[in-house]
Ligand binder design. Structure first.
Ligand code: PFF
Length: 520
């Protein structure tokens, strides 16, 4: 039976490292600093912490508990709860596919920029260097008009690493890789922050980031931004955490691990805010402008502003550049591994194929899609639109639907609470059910409404309606349709497993009383 052969993490620390590796990604380094700065600075930390406690950690616990209880990939887990809910799982698998294919290319750029930092090859104009010389980006979207091999080579390298790690398995691949990568990331990033803090103008940057604008707390948009950042940053709603938790041993402290992972991720995020704004403060001081003139996020921050900073540094520019781009690449690759594992584990459960076969087939197909589409002049526009739509109407919407179905429709939260409490150090009280059953869905609903409204009043980034229908709405809705269609196919083995394996029985076999509250 599939159950007995399911892989397992070697240790709880290994799982924790992998969970942190997934959570700490590009979002922490290039998204958080700017979101915090733009939404009230120091005052943003209040809604941010509230979002962490009322939605982030509770949702993380939900994903951990689902994965741990049913010990299956997302589609099979949901199916075991309610047959039609399987569709949500395949929908999340499709979302992960879309994200994986573009996220990998950003990791590839970071690797190339590590090299470029050494001789500061971007010269006088990093903006032109990145968009024109390196990416050879087209003016606007359209038919693919060429292939940029300078992007393709590092991208192929990234995929080779990801597929090899996945093929080695949960314990020998994912766990080992994270145990090596995460400590390296922490050391490199700490070195970067220390170097940034010694720069002239660092305090100006930190003041810009942390000076609180308390009036922001009355602004609904700031709260939406806080919840949005928490969701993305903790990798919630991708089914990543569910998948990783499905490889846990029966006796595992779920809530304690979720709280640790959540706090570790936020600490890294704060550290990134300090490093990035210290560097931006330096840049503003050197150019004699205000920090708000130089503060950006995302691609512009990493591949244009940072090269500028590196070139302006009187000393140690190359080192600073290597530290920064290596951190981006490592943070990105550990997240990429986790997202591809969602697809691999779903297909493995569905087909019964072995790990190496599945990784070659599905991982190979994902890599191929990524390698064909993104190292092209048009790749950047696809990336931009995929990213926007799949985040807004993929991850967040899937999380909302999941909570409504599992929490409201099927009323499974008390049962899941009992499951988590039987093995965890921190017992879930009423707050968990209130957070998940009321606060999270209302806020997610708000976020959805708010972004839909913006979408319908103005074309995202001024792209043509045709392109947005195809690459934006088409992809987001396509993922839903894919989920429904795949879930309609008969799945004999799943029924067998679902009928024979009783999670409570399994817990008892492992010596755990499923009704016991471990209030220690
Ligand atoms: N928490 C991740 C980040 O901050 O970048 C979110 C993520 C994105 C996870 C893409 C995995 C992934 F492939």
């Amino acid at each position: 039976m599939v159950q007995q052969t399911r892989e397992q993490w070697g240790t709880r620390a290994g799982f924790l490292m992998a969970a942190i590796g997934s959570a700490v990604g590009l979002g922490n380094i290039w998204r958080f600093p700017y979101i915090a700065y733009d939404n009230g600075g120091g005052a943003f930390l209040v809604p941010y912490l509230i979002a962490l406690l009322t939605a982030g950690i509770p949702l993380l616990i939900l994903e951990y508990t689902l994965g741990h209880r049913y010990r299956s990939s997302a589609p099979l887990t949901y199916r075991r709860i309610w047959r039609p809910a399987e569709a949500i799982g395949w929908w999340q698998v499709a979302i992960c596919f879309v994200i994986a294919i573009y996220y990998a290319v950003i990791v590839a750029w970071s690797l190339r920029f590590m090299g470029f930092s050494i001789g500061q090859q971007w010269g006088e104009d990093p903006d032109a260097f990145f968009f024109e010389d390196f990416l050879q980006a087209s003016e606007g979207p359209g038919m693919v008009s060429g292939y940029v091999s300078a992007v393709a080579w590092p991208l192929i390298g990234v995929w080779v690493v990801v597929l090899v790690v996945l093929a080695l398995g949960v314990r020998n691949g994912i766990e080992k890789a994270n145990k090596i990568f995460i400590p390296i990331l922490v050391v490199l990033f700490l070195a970067l922050v220390v170097q940034a803090l010694t720069l002239d103008g660092a305090t100006t940057g930190l003041n810009a980031l942390f000076t609180p604008d308390w009036s922001a707390m009355l602004d609904g948009g700031v709260w939406i931004a806080a919840y949005g950042q928490i969701f993305f940053s903790l990798s919630i709603g991708f089914a990543i955490m569910l998948t990783y938790a499905s490889y846990l041993k029966r006796k595992t402290d779920l809530t304690g691990t979720a709280i640790t992972a959540g706090l570790a991720n936020s600490s890294f995020e704060l550290l990134a805010g300090i490093g990035v704004f210290a560097a931006l403060g330096f840049m503003a001081t050197a150019a004699d402008t205000a920090v708000d003139k130089v503060a950006t996020s995302g691609i512009g921050l990493a591949f244009v502003a940072f090269p500028q900073i590196i070139s302006t540094l009187p000393l140690g520019g190359a080192l600073f550049g290597v530290l920064f781009f290596a951190s981006l690449a490592i943070a990105g690759i550990t997240s990429l591994i986790s997202i591809v594992q969602v697809i691999v584990s779903a297909v493995q459960d569905r087909t019964g194929l072995g790990r190496v076969q599945t990784v070659s087939l599905v991982g190979g197909a994902t890599a191929l899609a990524s390698i064909l589409l993104f190292p092209t002049p048009e790749g950047l526009h696809f990336l931009d639109v995929f990213d926007h739509f799949i985040n807004q109407y993929g991850i967040a919407l899937a999380a909302l639907v999941l909570i409504i179905v599992v929490g409201w429709g099927l009323r499974k939260l008390p049962m899941l609470e009992r499951h988590a409490d039987a093995i965890s150090t921190v017992s879930l009280k009423l707050w968990w059910r209130i957070a998940l059953g009321i606060i999270t869905p209302i806020l997610l609903g708000f976020m959805m409404w708010d972004s839909l409204r913006a979408e319908l009043t103005e074309n995202y980034e001024g792209y043509s309606t045709g392109f947005l229908l195809l690459a934006g709405w088409g992809v987001a809705i396509g993922a839903i349709v894919f989920g429904i269609i795949v879930s309609l196919f008969p799945w004999k083995k799943a029924d067998q497993i679902a009928h024979t394996v009783d999670p409570d029985q399994e817990m008892k076999t492992a010596g755990i009383d499923p009704d016991k509250k471990e209030d220690r």
